[in-house]
Design a protein around this ligand. Sequence first.
Ligand SMILES: [Mg+2]
Length: 367
Amino acid sequence: MKITAIRAYRVELPLHEGTYRWSGGNSVAVFDSTVVAVETDAGITGYGEVCPLGPAYLPAYAEGARTGIREIGPKLLGLDPRDLGVLNRRMDAALRGHPYVKSAIDVACWDILGQAANLPVVTLLGGRYGETFKLYRAISQEAPEAMAARVGQYRSEGYSKFQLKVGGDADTDIERIKACAAQLQRGDVLIADANTGWLMHQATRVVDAVKDVDVYIEQPCMSYEECRAIRERTQRPFILDEVIDSLSAVLKGYEDRAMDVINLKISKVGGLTRAKEIRDLCVSLGIAMTIEDTWGGDIATTAIAHLAHSTPPELLFSATDFNSYVTVSTAEGAAQRKHGLMAAPTGPGLGLTPRMDVLGKPVFEIK
Ligand SMILES: [Mg+2]
């Protein structure tokens, strides 16, 4: 089997809530997502998606994903897409770094491998654990009372894990965490995600003020070293996200006991092949994970579902259903949230069928 063509589609994904806000005054109203189709000479086409959280969240941006795919795409024609190790080595040789550029291509090739094997990707990634897995809900940064009201609203939709977007003014963030904590019921999980937004003195004030609150602290500061210093100043369970961008970052954090949980974002590490390496290492080391991505619609969410559902439940802290935040559906058969839970599709590959009328004409084709 050979790759004969790679196409990229640009899709706009508006949010049900209008705007998503996080630290540093950052916000997105309409996501700019890229869906990649990898076509083969065997009549099988695979799909993947990459959708950065705007240009200011990670070193990644939507037009950069497309530009990078244009750069490496011609060097992948003729490869067997089922040879995922060979494919990833070729991508790394063609473009140093820029893992997010490679992610949708890698996912599309997993989709092809699954279709060729007549098995769902969840089986190829290790097998399905149980019927469903639990999701978290991100709560966009607003006034404390408004965020507290969202906790009740989203619990009524079935969620029990709530990730607050903080990383703003420290006094207001303390109010946000306390107001939301007051809404919790037994079994709920509360996470305060600063998305690198605090300086060390601000983070120190916040973790001290919430020392008696049952809350997880996520990525308080920009650098690994700053986060580690804050970790030593708090007894709260600790999550690292933005700085966990590779296998070596996980190993460093493990050696330093720098975190209890990591957030594993598929596109941040370059696709399902790399994410599986990190997931399997974390399983061996006993590090819990939130399995997710930077954002996306049906296709990115379904890739998350296959990786999350093949992760031992005690190591799967949570996962994300990005397709229920956005108003546009790009595929039939995608993983869908049901009462705060999700499951990987059962069909071959990713188990979905893209809506070509929504994807429209490709922005480019490499063949
Ligand atoms: Mg985070």
